[in-house]
Write a protein that binds this ligand. Structure first.
Ligand SMILES: [Zn+2]
Length: 71
């Protein structure tokens, strides 16, 4: 009869203070909204860089891959 031993190591959760957690959440949401805007919305006359297609051309393949309407 063999006995197996269970691992005795325990993981500890990461505990962040409330303000740091709020800053991480705000930064993550801001980064995601910027990525969403530049990939999905920024185009032509509504571009933040004026009436140019630079950003659109740069993210064009990602735009098609993610299913945003394009042309
Ligand atoms: Zn396209």
């Amino acid at each position: 009869m063999s006995m197996s031993t269970l691992p005795t190591t325990r993981t500890t959760p990461v505990v962040l203070p409330g303000t740091r957690a709020a800053l991480w959440l705000f930064g993550t949401v801001a980064l995601c909204l910027a990525a969403y805007y530049f990939i999905g919305v920024d185009q032509g006359a509504t571009s933040v860089f004026g009436n140019s297609m630079y950003i659109h051309e740069f993210v064009h393949d990602a735009r098609h891959f993610l299913g945003f309407p394009c042309h």
